[in-house]
Design a protein around this ligand. Structure first.
Ligand SMILES: Cc1c2[nH]c(c1CCC(=O)O)Cc1[nH]c(c(CCC(=O)O)c1C)Cc1[nH]c(c(CCC(=O)O)c1C)Cc1[nH]c(c(C)c1CCC(=O)O)C2
Length: 396
């Protein structure tokens, strides 16, 4: 095993054990975007600096990563490195700025494959090991500062979601450019997706070498695709990543860590995602916990999610109800479930309401009687419902 860095032993291994499918005493929890704008200490640390400037500073990135770990000490079971999915397009030579209150902006998005820019991007040699060195340094420093309190997630954006940003130039409502690319230029789109998938493998491998203990691939825009388009432009590249990362890690003499996939909005692809080599399948709140859990159990997969992030605006009673539904739906919470929101935490949430969400996960999983695992009849019923929904979807 590569011993490039010596880190303190892990004191809380609930999440890694759950990700590997083991039984645990309670469900591990964390939330996507847990280091972010809802935290007053985030704004304090950030000052007036540019977003990507503090992503590039290992000292600042590690400080921000640790903020929720310190605030929610004893309640939270994982850290996620403070960075952004758009560092890959940056490594590919594209300029990305973060506009306050608006989100990411590419001053020169990728034009059509008929432009010379496409050829340039395709031919450019990209060295993610060198150009994203600051991310690996931030990971190593964060592991040192964590002193084994909780494990650290590394992450990247999925190829499809990354090309959405690269061609749209930012967020979008109608995805005009993305849809033009996939429907008008499918072959060129696939070549670009493949190039990005290869970069993702190397980028995640380097994150693990630097100290990431689990990795997550965010396909945040998957839900913009039809099931057929998802199978053509998203799934094969998600699969490329999970099929190649373990091999690359072995080559580098690094530990093969658990892999998480989060394809937001792709509820129709749950079974297909369960058939990949990802260990954990991230769920958004379009999934009914009980139904998704039964499907995942059938394939021996762990799930992560899936409360509607909006419940954190709804006060204690609403939070308790959603947590109850998750715990009973996800088999009692002692195996096969990492508690999380169904997408990133949103601005304006009161940190104490997130704290209450975590406390309720601890409290209710403790009082919850050990549940029987789903029966064969439960599994068959869940499968039937899923097929019904797929049939309905293809009729639309
Ligand atoms: C789509 C996406 C992006 N970035 C990311 C995704 C995938 C997850 C998802 O779907 O939400 C991933 C991401 N971005 C950030 C993290 C940090 C780690 C964490 O706490 O989860 C992670 C895991 C920091 C961030 N990334 C961003 C902020 C806010 C920056 C600020 O205004 O201070 C943070 C803390 C900015 C960002 N970055 C991005 C957008 C669309 C925005 C603006 C909108 C928003 O803020 O929610 C791209």
């Amino acid at each position: 095993m590569a011993t490039e860095h010596a880190f303190a032993p892990l004191k809380n291994d609930l999440l890694l054990r759950t990700a590997r499918g083991e039984k645990v005493s309670r469900p591990p929890c964390w939330v996507m975007r847990q280091a972010g704008r809802y935290l007053p200490e985030y704004h304090e640390a950030k000052g007036t600096k540019d977003f990507f400037e503090y992503c590039r500073s290992p000292e600042i990135a590690s400080t921000l990563t640790l903020q929720p770990i310190e605030r929610f000490a004893g309640l939270i079971d994982a850290a996620i490195i403070f960075s952004d999915i758009l560092v890959i397009p940056q490594a590919m030579g594209m300029e990305v700025v973060m506009v306050d209150g608006k989100g990411p902006h590419f001053p020169e998005p990728l034009g059509s494959p008929e432009d010379t820019q496409y050829g340039e991007v395709m031919e450019r040699e990209v060295d993610v090991k060198e150009s994203l060195d600051y991310v690996y340094k931030a990971i190593t420093l964060t592991r040192q500062k964590l002193e084994g309190r909780v494990p650290l997630y590394g992450f990247c954006g999925a190829p499809f979601t990354l090309i959405c940003y690269m061609v749209e130039g930012g967020g979008s409502k109608i995805f005009r450019q993305t849809k033009t690319w996939i429907f008008r230029y499918p072959e060129e789109t696939k070549k670009l997706l493949q190039k990005i998938a290869e970069l993702c493998v190397e980028y995640l491998a380097q994150q693990v070498l630097a100290g990431a203990q689990i990795v997550q691939v965010f396909d945040s825009w998957a839900g913009e695709l039809s099931p057929t388009s998802f199978r053509t432009f998203a799934l094969p590249y998600l699969e490329y990543i999970c099929n190649h990362l373990p091999k690359r890690l072995k080559e580098l003499d690094a530990e093969v860590v658990p892999m998480v996939v989060f394809a937001k909005g792709a509820w129709y692809a749950l079974e297909e995602l369960c058939q990949t080599k990802y260990n954990v399948i991230g769920l958004d709140w379009l999934h009914e916990p009980k139904e998704a859990y039964a499907v995942a159990q059938k394939f021996g997969k762990v799930v992560q999610g899936n409360a509607d992030p909006g419940v954190l605006y709804g006060g204690h009673e609403a939070i308790t109800k959603v947590v109850e539904e998750m715990i009973s739906g996800f088999g009692g919470g002692k195996q096969g479930w990492i508690a999380n929101l169904g997408h990133g935490i949103t601005p304006f949430v009161k940190p104490d309401d997130l704290k209450f969400f975590f406390q309720e996960i601890h409290r209710l999983s403790d009082v919850h009687q050990e549940q029987a695992m789903p029966t064969k009849a439960d599994l068959a019923a869940a499968e039937e419902r899923l097929h019904q929904r797929n049939i309905l979807q293809s009729d639309w």
